[in-house]
Ligand binder design. Structure first.
Ligand code: NAG
Ligand code: NAG
Length: 484
């Protein structure tokens, strides 16, 4: 470009000076230059459009070729590694490989495709990939009159070792501390703890360590006694790969923990008889667990909201109190207009809806033999009875036949509660996808739906007082004020 400008300037100058020879020289230069320019402008080196990903141990072809179709037999092809300091990976010059200065890690692992060179193909074959091969590579093609280069990014995936779950210790709160570990991954994987339904469990942050083998990961969790067979999974997740290890903890083990936790409480040391000690200790452990639950529960109460029932959409057989705080099922259907939102089964929702944040409310169920409570999505089917499940937009728990508690998860879960529930606390964290139920009197947890998706729809508090045959379930559901 500079030559061209110079020439044009000279041309103008020469034309003023009327110098014939100067003009001819300049024109020749111009023509020669534009010829060279057109030659070299057309030729370019082309590489892959996206980064290359390959598994460790495999062979990888790093593409690099000249466009349009030109032989590369006579050119110099230089492959370099760009990270940290540039190092020579492969050099082809004067019709042969010149690898005297090749970087140590690449010795004997590189080659060009000789028969492809005449087609302008300067791709590099790198054998037996290692994690350390990950990075940027430059393919530089140079001829006497031009040169061009491209950069290729290589990612080397390595699957780590099988994850190992270790039971580390008892937790003061009555749980068991587990840790899941796995080594030798690349790139860095995610570590998840799941319950037996596959829902993710809250765990500590993943600890990651990097060495020449790749990433080592470690994640701690405290698990509690949820059911008869407590099954937990540790899942290691990489872009294209997944690995899972499971651990099963028998309920009895948690029982033993409770005793042991108790024994570690120093007060026990002064106790006299062994049996007495054990009983005291057992109590202590469960008290600790309860205290923790209680503290958790108190936090939920901070999100208390005022809920009133919506008479305009209640099923016609439901009787609502004037203040909208109580509902019971009457014997007869009232003559009410059937609106699109009115329930065709004995249900009602609150006037208030929620589509973000956290909220909490309490409902008294004292004296009832059957009830269903929870939250529903705005778009549920209100006209036809469908199974109450998260899939159908219901996150509910309920009582049947006086003493059978159920959580209506995608498969209904039978709940074992020690005490009869008189007041239910319902807590929702919209963003977390969490719906939790509590026994308010004992401050204990009943059930939680975790990692739910509300698909950006509104949620309504849901109430069903259920049938009252022979008047035994006639007590109302009452929305009560939340007290600390
Ligand atoms: C590219 O060049 C090679 C060798 O000169 C030739 O055999 C081949 O037909 C050419 N291909 C195209 C598409 O021009
Ligand atoms: C270059 O040669 C390699 C090895 O034979 C081949 O895999 C690749 O497709 C070739 N590239 C082009 C553009 O022909």
């Amino acid at each position: 470009m500079r030559i061209m400008l110079l020439c044009v300037t000279l041309l103008i100058l020469y034309s003023f000076m009327e110098s014939q020879s100067g003009m001819i020289l300049c024109l020749t230069l111009l023509i020669l230059y534009s010829f060279m320019e057109s030659q070299s402008e057309k030729l370019q080196v082309v590489g892959p459009d996206s980064p290359l990903v390959a598994l460790a141990g495999e062979d990888l072809v790093l593409p690099c070729f000249i466009k349009p179709n030109t032989s590369a037999v006579d050119v110099t092809v230089e492959w370099m590694r760009l990270d940290e300091v540039a190092s020579l990976v492969h050099l082809y010059k004067d019709h042969e490989d010149r690898n005297e200065n090749q970087a140590q890690p690449y010795r004997g692992r590189t080659s060009l495709f000789k028969e492809e060179l005449q087609k302008g193909n300067a791709s590099l074959k790198l054998s037996a990939l290692q994690v350390s091969d990950e990075g940027e590579y430059k393919c530089l093609v140079e001829d006497k009159s031009w040169y061009d280069d491209i950069t290729v990014h290589v990612t080397v995936e390595v699957l780590g070792s099988h994850s190992v779950i270790t039971m580390e210790s008892y937790d003061n709160s009555g749980g068991i501390n587990l840790v899941c570990e796995s080594r030798g991954w690349n790139p860095e994987p995610d570590v998840l703890w799941l319950d037996r339904e596959g829902a993710t469990l809250p765990a500590e942050d993943t600890q990651t360590h990097r060495d020449t083998e790749g990433f080592s990961v470690k994640r701690h969790i405290t698990v509690y006694d949820y059911s008869d067979s407590n099954k937990f999974y540790c899942r290691i997740l990489q872009k294209h790969h997944m690995m899972e290890t499971e651990v099963i903890i028998n309920s009895k083990v948690f029982g033993v923990w409770n005793w042991l936790v108790g024994i570690s409480v120093s007060a026990c040391l002064t106790a006299v008889g062994l049996i007495v000690t054990a009983v005291i200790c057992y109590k202590k452990a469960s008290e600790l667990q309860k205290e923790k639950q209680c503290a958790e529960f108190k936090k939920k109460k901070k999100f208390a909201v005022d809920v009133t029932l919506d008479p305009d959409i209640a099923h016609p057989a439901l009787i609502l109190s004037a203040d909208g705080k109580q509902v019971t099922l009457g014997d007869t259907q009232q003559n009410l207009p059937d609106t699109p939102l009115r329930f065709h089964f004995a249900s009602v929702v609150g006037k208030q809806s929620f589509s973000s944040g956290r909220f909490y409310y309490e409902v008294q169920v004292r004296g009832k033999t059957e009830w269903t409570l929870g939250v529903v999505r705005e778009d549920i089917n209100r006209k036809r009875w469908i199974p109450r499940s998260p899939q159908n937009g219901f996150w509910t728990v309920g009582l049947r036949n006086e003493n059978q508690y159920w959580a209506y998860d995608d498969a209904a879960v039978s709940l074992t509660l020690i005490e009869k529930v008189e007041k239910v606390g319902v807590f929702v964290d919209y963003e977390e996808g969490l719906v939790s139920f509590y026994d308010v009197e004992s401050s204990s947890h009943i059930y939680s739906f975790t990692d739910q998706s509300f698909t950006k729809k509104k949620l309504y508090p849901y109430f069903s007082p259920r049938h009252s045959e022979r008047g035994e379930n006639s007590a109302p559901l009452i929305i009560t004020a939340v007290t600390e």
